[in-house]
Design a protein around this ligand. Sequence first.
Ligand code: IMP
Ligand code: MG
Length: 180
Amino acid sequence: MRETRIHEKTFREMITEEVIAERIKQLALQINNDLSGKDVVFIGILNGAFLFAADLFRQIDFPARISFVKLASYKGTSSSGTIKELIGWNEDINNKTVVVIEDIVDTGNTLERIVDELVIRKAAEIKIAALLYKPDAYKYKETISLDYIGFEIPNDFVVGFGLDYDGLGRNLPSVYTLIQ
Ligand code: IMP
Ligand code: MG
């Protein structure tokens, strides 16, 4: 398996770009089956979800909108716990089906903040799509169900395919996990 270095850290390839592409195709198929015919707005969470959102949305086969919001909560290699401001809401989601597109669901704090906002803005239905999911870290199993998950991964720090370490690594085509 390939390795890559960012700053002083070494990461090993964990999910290849071919496997990611195949999985995104399956998720798009599911979404097409489930949501075709509805009034759907996809909301991508920047920065991390930009590649996943692009690849997923390209394979949506019914007319749908997409918009992006930004909310950064992560510094370095462990969740800071402090949630920053949500910016970029300009899409009317009142009475619409919303698909939140996340790169990764870790503690779920980011997701909770977004779901709260969607409820306030009166979304008719909320679906969550996440490329990666860390079940051992997720705190909202009882309250926020995850509808379209790419891969369940261990509670280790990962980079690539949109995810960063200190702003770097987002352009790696595969997902890499921290080894040392
Ligand atoms: P949560 O709020 O703890 O669920 O974290 C969500 C956000 O933290 C994600 O949208 C990512 O941007 C970032 N994040 C969580 N885990 C990782 C990781 O392993 N690598 C890089 N970023 C991560
Ligand atoms: Mg993110």
